[in-house]
Write a protein that binds this ligand. Structure first.
Ligand code: KG4
Ligand code: ZN
Length: 344
């Protein structure tokens, strides 16, 4: 039995997990920093990095204790090496390097996005490559063909904000609190999704990409007008995001003959309206729909351990000199999207 220790520290969750190469989750531990960042209404990189330093080693010990294992039983060390807040990424990667060096076990430096991208195969072992993936998180909104570990073709990305970022900014504008996504979903459940007319940027266009900046500005105007309840704005915003995600995904599906499934991953995949609409789209396209359970959608270390398992099985291990990378696209050959700034 091959056992992989996974470490995650790229944003505001510190996590450690133990997963087998067969996809059995032996232990997963997570410490969220939500309370530390809440007063600022967003993640503060310096606070995040310090909190990772304090939390990570005890979480590794706790995960090992949960699984009744010691470091000697671990075969592979997998750590997120980017993309993300560089201070936090360095904490996890240096910890992984130190553990690999001390134990003589191989290190796999994992792209956080690959952790999300492969997590559906941990949730559903029958899921085969290639699949069409909608990767929707706080920093990314992409459509990808997932062909295998380290083998991605990006069909679309956002030309401005990520979907999760739009949820977070909307929550802030409406005073719904932090973290934003779950707060907007909760408020939306008590609102009317047709109460506020909001734009659906790029809907129906030939352009394959996403855009949410115009929607965010419209939400701001609706909030400032004082004519609508926060619940109605939240519900109308969520519906607009769903409509954009579905339209762009439908377009990508039409350009994806031979995919085995429609798959969603990343923090926004925890949203029930998003999941429901994608399920309907997959049924229309006569494809299976795969979405990881909610805890595996948001940041965690089980997905990092699993990506480490897949890469290790494919012979992809790393040198201890590998650097932490604040930016790290899954498909380095993808063309830059029109108007896109620094986002990968
Ligand atoms: O994947 P993730 O945990 O971290 C990143 O790698 O970015 O995604 C976090 C994002 C945040 O923007 C958060 O607001 C959003 O996922 N999110 C949600 C929900 N839960 C988390 N967005 C909408 N509805 C949710 N229930
Ligand atoms: Zn993430």
């Amino acid at each position: 039995m091959t056992i992989i220790l996974g470490l995650e520290s790229s944003c505001d969750e510190t996590a450690a997990a133990l997963v087998t190469a067969e996809g059995r989750i032996l232990a997963h531990r997570l410490a969220t920093q939500e309370d530390a960042h809440r007063p600022y209404g967003g993640v503060v990189p310096e606070i995040a990095a310090r909190a990772h330093v304090e939390a990570l080693a005890p979480l590794v010990e706790a995960a090992l204790a949960d699984a009744e294992l010691t470091l000697d039983d671990v075969d592979v060390i997998a750590a997120t090496a980017g993309p993300g807040l560089i201070g936090g990424v360095m904490v996890g990667l240096v910890t992984g390097k130190a553990l690999a060096h001390a134990t003589g076990k191989p290190l796999v430096a994992v792209n956080h996005l690959e952790g999300h991208a492969l997590s559906p195969r941990l949730a559903d072992p029958s899921l085969q490559f290639p699949y069409l993936l909608l990767l929707v998180s706080g920093g990314h909104c992409q459509l990808l063909h997932v062909r295998g570990p380290g083998d991605y073709a990006r069909l679309a990305t956002t030309i401005d904000d990520a979907a999760g970022e739009a949820f977070d900014k909307t929550a802030k504008l409406l005073g719904l609190g932090f973290p934003g996504g779950p707060a907007v979903e909760k408020a939306a459940a008590r609102g009317n999704s047709r109460a506020v007319r909001l734009p659906r940027p790029l809907l129906g266009t030939d352009d394959p990409h996403f855009s949410f900046a115009g929607l965010k500005s419209a939400v701001m105007r609706a909030a400032q007008s004082g004519q609508h309840s926060a619940q109605d704005i939240a519900a109308s915003f969520q519906q607009a995001v769903v409509d954009c995600l579905i339209d762009r995904t439908r377009r990508a599906l039409a350009a994806s003959p031979g995919v085995t499934a429609l798959v969603v991953a990343g923090g926004v995949a925890a949203n029930q309206a998003v999941r429901g609409a994608l399920m309907t789209l997959a049924t229309e396209a006569e494809l299976p729909f795969v979405a990881p359970p909610l805890w595996l959608c948001t940041d965690n270390a089980a997905m990092i351990a699993w990506a480490g398992a897949e890469r290790h099985a494919a012979g992809l291990v790393d040198d201890l000199s590998i650097p932490a990378r604040p930016r790290w696209p899954l498909d380095p050959d993808a063309e830059k999207a029109r108007g896109a700034g620094v986002k990968a």
